[in-house]
Design a protein around this ligand. Structure first.
Ligand code: ARG
Length: 579
């Protein structure tokens, strides 16, 4: 089923095209920017009038006359406003019919794309030498949300966890391991705290040149395929991955082993990448390193900026691997879109990789390469989030603290609840609160991480939405509303009508997120939806109502719960039936 917006856009565009005698007219129908403009408005008349050098209001009059001949059941009225807008009011009965069709015929509330495409989403992608830290939160959950959204739209999604599992840090770790213990059996216990292990190794590396040298030799051994070194390396990777998986599972993130496509996967391709670039004369040697200079990249003073492809010692770089990955995504995975959900500080890297990949035709024009950049999570001091002593905060510690705070809150609110239940509620809400606080911010901005606001039951937070959901469920349970057996038939008040229209618009918001990749749009929508429900609930008694009114309102409440649950699920948040 098309969304209302798509349907109206098609309807008005056709009429506009006919009247203006142009084939591809876009009426640009949007949700009305103010209630007094109706439900939707068409903004595209003025642009076409300008193109035709005609009076926009007159054109709008002719378009509306054309639309009025159709007698469209979904629309109650088309009205001309201002210089040539068309305000559109929908027919309430038709809205009910649409809703009941979705509920009873098992049509999805979120419509699927007419043309499914193949979309690669590169997200989370931590470096495996260390444990995941707070800096990995955003990429992991924004990527997961986009994967869920695009999958729900019916696209074929290929998740790619492009973990950093290769490079000099592993030489350092292996050398350090050999120094502290010759016994590889001991490895798992040694690595239980990967972060401390990494830090100790790094300290040795920075302070002792002879250790640094043996670290470098370890890298050479590893990269030349020495089986002893490879074996230790694999154990590091294994240990580190199990840390990541524990985090993914707690975060309810849809990443599994089969989504892993590590940097080392591309090792065998790197030489070929360099040769191909060389063959088409894109390589310039600068200070012994092989570089690509493209005219569009230059520094502040105008000096050309290189994309370094191979170091003078023969080592390959992050960009080399990314070129191989882009080619793989285009040629082998046959992607139409490749989304890279990565920190905004890597913007230049991706601009360069994308440009070189296109220039060298590693990817064709049919592939859209998109850096889905996100900003930094900041502490209260406005600097990147750190521990009190300025250290890196492990993601696990952050989640633990969120859950602990949620537990204290639940205990304060509901001391009589069984402790196991309080712990379950705390695990869900604590983690949901952290996720939601992040997803609800515009992803490109930095944001200040603040415990008190994210755990609040008021405002645009996970606890507020989860509570709204649980509240509706408890109303429905009292009335034994099962499944979809009740119809929405009456929209006698504004509150009922606003609520129904809002629910039906979920699909439009999901379309927007699928196109632009801003999960905060979905959060804002859910927050508004919950607010509109609360106003409905205050204005339209359900308990005291009778007959058809009661049934229609119960059905509307059930439909709200469905929309909330689906929206939260797209954010990777599981609501609770009871809170
Ligand atoms: N491992 C990288 C980092 O931690 C992120 C990788 C992102 N994906 C990519 N294809 N470069 O910064």
């Amino acid at each position: 089923m098309q969304t209302i917006k798509q349907y109206l856009n098609q309807l008005v565009s056709q009429a506009l095209g006919k009247v203006a005698d142009i084939s591809a007219a876009n009426a640009n129908v949007i949700t009305a920017s103010r209630p007094e403009f109706g439900d939707y408005q068409a903004n595209g008349i003025m642009a076409i009038a300008k193109q035709m050098k005609t009076n926009p209001r007159e054109l709008a009059i002719r378009v509306v006359a054309e639309l009025d001949t159709v007698n469209e059941p979904l629309v109650a009225s088309f009205k001309i406003a201002g210089p040539g807008f068309i305000n559109i009011n929908l027919n309430s009965k038709a809205l009910c019919e649409r809703a009941n069709l979705i509920r009873q015929e098992n049509n999805p509330l979120i419509s699927t794309a007419e043309q499914p495409s193949t979309i690669v989403i590169d997200f989370s992608s931590p470096n495996l030498a260390k444990e995941m830290h707070v800096g990995h939160l955003r990429g992991t959950i924004i990527g997961d949300c986009l994967a869920r959204v695009l999958e729900t739209k019916g696209h074929r999604i290929i998740r790619q966890n492009h973990v950093g599992d290769w490079g000099t840090q592993f030489g350092m770790l292996i050398a350090y391991l050999q120094e502290v213990s010759a016994d590889t059996e001991e490895l798992p216990t040694r690595l239980a705290d990967l972060e401390t292990f990494y830090r100790a190794a790094k300290e040795r590396f920075d302070s002792d040149p002879s250790f640094a040298e043996s670290a470098r030799q370890s890298v050479v051994k590893l990269q030349s395929g020495d089986s002893v070194y490879l074996d230790i390396w694999k154990q590091f990777i294994e240990e580190s991955l199990s840390h990541c998986e524990a985090i993914y599972s707690r975060l309810n993130v849809t990443l599994s082993r089969s989504d892993l496509c590590a940097e080392s996967f591309y090792n065998k391709e790197l030489e070929d990448i360099v040769n191909k670039l060389d063959n088409i004369s894109l390589i310039t040697v600068s200070d012994g390193a092989k570089c690509v200079f493209l005219p569009e990249f230059s520094g502040k003073d105008g000096t050309p900026l290189p994309t370094i492809i191979q170091k003078s010692d023969g080592g390959y770089l992050y960009a080399t691997t990314d070129l191989a990955a882009a080619r793989y995504r285009y040629q082998k995975l046959e992607a139409d879109r490749a989304l890279y959900v990565v920190d905004a500080r890597q913007s230049l890297h991706f601009q360069q990789v994308f440009a070189v990949a296109r220039k060298a035709e590693f990817v064709g024009p049919s592939l859209s390469l998109e850096h889905i950049a996100y900003g930094t999570m900041m502490g209260a001091d406005g600097k990147p989030f750190k521990t009190r002593s300025g250290g890196i905060v492990k993601l696990k510690e952050l989640l633990d603290e969120g859950v602990k705070r949620a537990f204290d809150l639940v205990t304060e609110k509901n001391p009589q609840l069984d402790e196991t239940l309080r712990r379950q509620i705390a695990e869900r809400t604590g983690i949901a609160a952290i996720k939601y606080a992040d997803l609800s911010k515009n992803r490109t901005s930095d944001y200040i991480f603040e415990w008190s606001s994210m755990l609040s039951f008021d405002g645009n937070t996970a606890p507020y939405l989860m509570y709204a959901y649980a509240r509706i469920r408890s109303i429905l349970n009292k009335h034994e509303v099962k499944d979809n057996n009740y119809s929405i038939t009456l929209l006698s008040s504004n509150e009922e009508r606003n609520l129904l229209l809002k629910i039906l618009q979920l699909s439009e918001i999901v379309d927007a997120v699928a196109a632009d990749c801003y999960p905060n749009q979905l959060c804002n929508y859910l927050y508004e939806l919950a607010g509109i429900f609360m106003r409905f609930y205050e204005a339209c008694p359900i308990l005291q109502a009778e007959g058809e009114v009661k049934i229609s309102r119960l059905a509307l409440a059930a439909f709200t719960a469905e929309a909330l649950a689906q929206g939260l699920d797209l954010l990777g948040i599981e609501p609770l039936e009871q809170m």
